[in-house]
Design a protein around this ligand. Structure first.
Ligand SMILES: Cc1ncc(C[n+]2csc(CCOP(=O)(O)OP(=O)(O)O)c2C)c(N)n1
Ligand SMILES: [Mg+2]
Length: 321
């Protein structure tokens, strides 16, 4: 897929939206007003956006506990997400899910997930539905390096391959599962694991939006053409702790600062498109300002929004089909 000017602006805006959403949550969480756990995606934006730029309404994604970026990239309403994270009644899931369980089925966003390795089986179901119903849809699971060691993930690779499903597994390898380094805990290679199940795999630099976008385009096109599943191993980093409140004592001195300064996906995107005269710095600055206003508004609205009441306790407990 060739990226035109509008696509590039959209890609930058979405990555900027995710970054500002997460940076602001980092500040707001420290005030104690946000209930529950929050895992931030800042640093990993090029992955969610590079993949989801290829997806439309008939396509589904399954996310992780670090799910805000995937939600935004798949088109979830940012105001509704902020309210959800604040536990408010008109949040995306009526304030009952919070950060780790945001879902919007109308957008094909099957949910963030507190179960590590919970997403891959879900997308086998979504991909099987797309295949049987002949919708042309593709299902994508985002999963972490830690989740890549779960039995559910390996069973899903097998099932997707055996059933030749229109599925893509995106392993977001940020180098750590909580505080355990993937260099210590992951045997072999992510790509070889996929090949062991008869799936093609590609490793990409997750700091480079264009690299992710190209790899995801090929994998999604392959799935859409009925040629079966594949895997993308995206190497990237997270800027904040595993969860908000994590002291990150397991990371090397200056590790995050160095990555932020030298490899940041937004800075790289900006440098690439301005040097190639594809976009002007002014246009990107205007996006920065407009996103800052959107985030400001979403936080203000979330803080002012009503909380669920006692009468809401027993609604949405079961789904009626
Ligand atoms: C089945 C299951 N086991 C353990 C946990 C606890 N846990 C939450 S996040 C996490 C690490 C996940 O690491 P990774 O998949 O690399 O994702 P990342 O946090 O790096 O994005 C663990 C072990 C869980 N939530 N679910
Ligand atoms: Mg990880």
């Amino acid at each position: 897929m060739q990226l035109n000017r509008d696509d590039l602006l959209r890609a930058y805006r979405t990555m900027r939206l995710i970054r500002d959403f997460e940076e602001r949550l980092h500040v707001e969480f420290a005030t104690g007003e946000i209930p529950g756990f929050v895992h931030l995606y800042a640093g990993e934006e090029a992955s969610a956006v590079g993949v989801c730029m290829h997806l439309g309404e008939r396509d589904s994604i399954a996310s992780t506990h670090r799910g805000h970026g995937h939600c935004i990239a798949k088109g979830c309403d940012v105001g509704g997400m902020m309210k959800e994270i604040y536990g408010r009644k008109d949040g995306l899931c009526a304030g009952k899910g919070g950060s780790m369980h945001i879902a919007d089925l109308s957008k094909g966003m099957l949910g963030a997930n507190g179960i590590v390795g919970g997403g891959p089986p879900l997308i086998c179901g979504a991909a099987l539905t797309a295949k049987v119903m002949k919708t042309g849809g593709v299902a994508v699971a985002f999963l972490g390096d830690g989740a890549s060691n779960q039995g559910t993930t390996l069973e899903s690779y097998n099932l997707a391959s055996v059933w030749k499903l229109p599925a893509v597994f995106v392993v977001e390898d940020n180098g750590y599962a909580e505080s355990t380094a993937s260099g210590y805990a992951v045997a072999g290679s992510q790509s070889d694991r996929a090949r062991g199940f008869g799936m093609p795999a590609q490793e990409v630099d997750g700091f480079d939006f264009f690299a992710v976008h190209a790899a995801a385009g090929a994998a999604i096109e392959r799935a859409r053409a009925g040629e079966g599943p594949s895997l993308i191993h995206v190497r990237l980093t997270r800027y904040f702790g595993h969860f908000e409140g994590d002291g990150m004592t397991y990371r090397g001195p200056g590790e995050v600062d160095r990555l932020r300064a030298e490899r940041d996906c937004l800075q790289r995107f900006r440098a690439r498109v301005t040097e190639a005269a594809l976009l002007e710095a002014d246009a990107l600055d205007a996006i920065d300002r407009s996103v800052a206003e959107d985030i400001e508004r979403s936080v203000r609205d979330a803080k002012e929004a009503p909380r669920p009441t006692e009468a809401d306790l027993l609604t949405d407990v079961y789904v009626a089909y």
